[in-house]
Ligand binder design. Structure first.
Ligand code: SAM
Length: 190
């Protein structure tokens, strides 16, 4: 298959937006796979700020970062991403070049603890304030679980209404797959 699947497409976008030395955000660290990917992109001179509301996700992510010797270039907050502009140091406002939201529930954990549209949208609004021009936010949207369809619809409504002078907004989706395939919304700040 030549067309990029969803996760490789997400990674390609972030690779284009993020350089060594940059400040980036993993808005939902979960098991830490995206945090490791971002920490490797920014290298030792950059920094990843990660967020999750579950203790289990924080512990797993921190263990993974230690294993890959990436702890120094990462800060993981046990906090919702809706508090990101408060928690990311002011000196980095205007310098964030990439962010990923892998939405839904933590794989292998409680499926009732899921991302919520209001807090996801609040975080996107804050990011649009503190990102650098050409910074990219990637939303990976899973919508097969309880509450997933509502989150999908709220995010699509919100993202379709972002002023085209503020950001370029893309939807990337396979439209002939069964069982609620994940899709991407990418937002590039202008
Ligand atoms: N990116 C992760 C990885 O690489 O393993 C997977 C993330 S998982 C699909 C979604 C995560 O979002 C869960 O761990 C959940 O606890 C977290 N979450 C839910 N609401 C949140 C919020 N308001 N702020 C930050 N994280 C949240």
């Amino acid at each position: 298959m030549k067309i990029d699947k969803i996760l490789p497409f997400a990674k390609n976008l972030l690779q284009k937006a993020v350089q060594p030395g940059d400040i980036v955000i993993d808005a939902t660290v979960g098991n830490g796979y995206d945090t490791v990917f971002l920490a490797e992109l920014v290298e030792e001179s950059g920094h990843v700020y990660g967020f999750d509301i579950q203790e289990k996700a924080i512990v797993t992510t921190q263990e993974r970062l230690v294993k890959y010797c990436l702890s120094d270039q990462t800060t993981i907050f046990h906090s919702g991403h809706e508090h990101l502009s408060q928690l990311i140091p002011d000196i980095y406002h205007g310098r964030v070049t990439g962010a990923i939201f892998n939405l839904g529930y933590l794989p292998g954990s409680d499926k009732t603890i899921v991302t919520q549209p209001d807090t996801t949208i609040a975080a996107i609004q804050q990011l649009l304030e503190i990102m650098a021009p050409e910074g990219i936010i990637v939303l990976v949207i899973y919508h097969g679980h309880n509450g997933g369809a509502e989150e999908r619809d709220s995010l699509l409504d919100y993202c379709q209404q972002i002023d085209q002078k503020t950001a370029h907004v893309l939807q990337y989706q396979f439209i002939n797959q069964q069982n609620h395939p994940a899709f991407i919304i990418a937002i590039e700040k202008i």
